[in-house]
Ligand binder design. Structure first.
Ligand SMILES: [Zn+2]
Length: 216
């Protein structure tokens, strides 16, 4: 029996082998020594970064949005640059997906994936929006987890001590609910002015929208 949860977007062993061949950074390895941390053909097929989020809410973000863009960028690099590229760490932190690489890409793919991950249910992958199209997420206290309303309700019921009324559940849900009011983006701090860079959503991904210098 497999130890891995079922993938929502499975691929054949043949396709997996070809991906590992084309993009060797998908193999688990010590990026500094280049040594593979898993050996043997069958293990190579299961234990790799491509399948890292199989069965989790971020599987679509990882496999269908982040990695294809990374592959496309990798394809444009020369051999030496390709050799230097690797994941140093991939993990969940404060409810967000963190992707650490040996060097950052110009397109900020890792940052964009992190921003989006915070509005994707970590359990089921649902992305909720208000009627006006704003993103919504329900965030647990303590160990931060970002969930959809349905999974947040299950979370509340699982962690409840004793019976909860519908009113109680609604109260908790309202406390957890967070609507995205500001666009995705970052601030680059300067001496006299700060640069505000905002992004807009295009095709399930983000692209740079506006850059604005604002006096301090
Ligand atoms: Zn969910």
């Amino acid at each position: 029996m497999s130890h891995y949860p079922d993938a929502k977007y499975p691929i054949s062993d043949e396709e997996m082998l070809s991906l590992l061949h084309k993009y060797p950074f998908l193999r688990f390895r010590n990026v500094w020594t280049g040594k593979q941390t898993y050996h043997g053909k069958s293990k190579n097929l299961e234990s790799n970064y491509y399948k890292y989020w199989d069965g989790y809410g971020w599987e679509d973000l990882w496999k269908n949005r982040y990695l294809p863009r990374l592959f496309a960028e990798y394809d444009t690099w020369d051999k030496e640059t390709q050799k230097r590229f690797g994941f140093t760490q991939i993990k969940e932190k404060f409810g967000g997906l963190r992707i650490y690489t040996t060097f950052g890409s110009d397109k900020r793919l890792e940052t964009i994936a992190e921003w989006l991950s915070e509005y994707i249910c970590e359990y089921c992958g649902k992305e909720t929006r208000t009627e006006e199209g704003k993103r919504v997420i329900w965030t647990t206290g303590g160990w931060i987890t970002n969930l959809c309303e349905h999974c947040a309700r299950e979370y509340i019921l699982r962690n409840a001590e004793g019976e909860l009324s519908e009113e109680d559940i609604q109260k908790y849900l309202n406390e957890m609910k967070c609507v995205q009011e500001k666009p995705f983006g970052y601030i680059q701090f300067g001496k006299d002015k700060n640069l505000h860079v905002s992004y807009k959503e295009i095709d399930d991904w983000l692209e740079k929208d506006k850059e604005e210098y604002i006096d301090k």
